[in-house]
Write a protein that binds this ligand. Sequence first.
Ligand code: SF4
Length: 364
Amino acid sequence: MNRKYDALALLSGGLDSILAMRTVMDQGLRVLGLHFMTPFFGKAHLIPFWKDHYGIEVEAVDISPGYVDMMLDGPSQGFGKWLNPCIDCKVTMLARAVELLPVHGAGFLISGEVLGQRPMSQRADSLNVITKRAGVRDLLLRPLCARNLPPTPMEESGLVDRERLLDWRGRGRKPQYTLAEHYGFTEIPTPAGGCCLTEAEGAARFVQLLLHRPRPEPIDFRLARTGRQYWAGAHWLTFGRNAEDNAMIEECLLPGDYVFRLEDYPGPLAVGRPVAGDWAAETIRDAAALVASYATKARRQSQTTGQPVRVCVSVGQRVDTVEVMPTRETVLPWAEPRTEIVREWKKSREESAQPPLASTHSVI
Ligand code: SF4
């Protein structure tokens, strides 16, 4: 049976969300953090660390399918500087949190916004839009800036002591660090918890995928977030850079994928996902040569002996071996996604009367 909580908190893992939760817990209330998972953000493996270091209980909540639909349909409040739909994102998370209130016996919600801290999602008007669209006007407490906002029913009823909430405003971070020190935190997380939609490189990976697959599945976005990405036209190749990437690639494999592994040398695991039909034999060889070029021992041995290396290529149950000279001077123009394509893609959506985009001065 679920333990009862007084409140559920949106917990990105960033410092602000942790401090918001602790501020309410200081009043003797029981709070459960909800850590939302999508292909674009989410670090559920840190939940035990958060409990040990910050004394907070957190549960992972996967909202991938609905979130991806929101992204593909076009966020109603537009994107920020890169591919971050911050206002729609907050609305989506709060709407899911509302559904979870009865599951945990909780009566209200907490989020870690600070008035004026971010241009897109934390302006006063944005906070109002988020509250209204998520239908949480009487349910949402923002403890870090509560005293700059009208009192909520939780404060009016005395359940939460408004005087012990905070009145932060603006972009400065000093109060956050002072409070973190007060709690004795020895490891200070980044402000927002990490979201690759706010990063140029992350956004480019996803836009490159969207250019070739108009409605990718969550698993496609997850693969696009992983390792090193190469594209040649509609041919998509993902390489693992380390054991963690390789494990993620394994989790993302689909039956029609081309899986590349070096037979005789350590090297990256790579996967080619056909987004526009099967690959020609020459394309497979070309990709194998590129994959082999990232295996240092194989590349050196081949350079020394002039002999090719063997790369195993499997598709479902079918397994072939191709012999290639490792090279980055490939026949096809394999290249990593350029960040310029993000602005180009957003502009073309705007021109084709897709849902409106947020103003370009937003920095997050
Ligand atoms: S930074 Fe990312 S996770 Fe945070 S609100 Fe924006 S889109 Fe959502």
